[in-house]
Design a protein around this ligand. Structure first.
Ligand code: G3P
Length: 217
């Protein structure tokens, strides 16, 4: 399973990248706004900076909701760097845009996926990635990881090339479940990635080793 970080925060991207386990970055308009990035030029420059920091796929989201607007925006985003993947919302116009991008050699990530039907349509249109939002499904009282299991099964039976990119990750257990259920990629906040490191028995064990090492010094 590939690890992406889900943030537009450069310090966090760098920290995750320095671990040596990072395969890419996903962003969205909310994450860009959180970093105070404002204006078209600043946004394009921020994506460029992220592309220079991380050698992997970088999702950059369009904000138009009509076909022509999405295509125009996506062309500009894709021109920033070969690693840019244009993120397109799961709406009717978005499916048309994904098909256009696919036919024109631009890779896409279909975002805001909450059902298997939506993921199947995006895969048929040629999306490189589909992004099921598992945390938000949990928030609404359903089990987000069940969608990952369902998509893994369908994509494998159908032989879809589209990768399942589990998004809206809220904790380390989400990451473990996504790995178990066959997600191709998990995009995570830094806290959830670092949470995978933690176990109290590791801390206790290390303290003992260090204490005993003093006896052998
Ligand atoms: O990748 C999508 C993600 O940013 C949404 O996460 O926590 O806002 O549901 P969240």
């Amino acid at each position: 399973m590939k690890f992406f970080i889900d943030t537009a925060n450069l310090a966090q991207i760098k920290e995750a990248n320095d671990l040596g386990i990072l395969d890419g970055v996903t962003t969205n308009p909310s994450l860009m706004a959180k970093e105070g990035i404002k204006g078209k030029e600043a946004i394009l420059q921020h994506y460029k900076t992220i592309c220079e920091l991380v050698d992997g796929d970088i999702s950059a989201e369009v904000v138009s909701t009509d076909f022509e607007g999405m295509v125009a925006e996506g062309k500009v985003l894709a021109a920033i760097h070969p690693n840019i993947v244009v993120k397109v919302p799961m709406i009717k116009e978005g499916i048309k845009a994904i098909k256009w991008f696919t036919d024109n050699g631009i890779r896409t990530n279909c975002t805001l996926i909450f059902s298997a039907g939506q993921a199947i349509l995006a895969a048929k249109a040629g999306a490189a990635y589909v992004s099921p939002f598992i945390g938000r499904i949990d928030d609404s009282g359903w089990e987000g990881t069940e969608l990952i299991a369902q998509l893994s099964n369908i994509f494998s039976i159908q032989g879809f090339k589209t990768e399942i990119l589990a998004a809206s990750i809220r904790n380390p257990n989400h990451i473990i479940k996504c790995a178990e259920l066959g997600a191709h990629v998990c995009t995570c906040p830094l806290d959830s990635i670092l949470g995978l490191l933690k176990h109290p028995l590791t801390d206790i064990g290390l303290a003992k080793f260090l204490e005993d090492a003093k006896k052998t010094a």
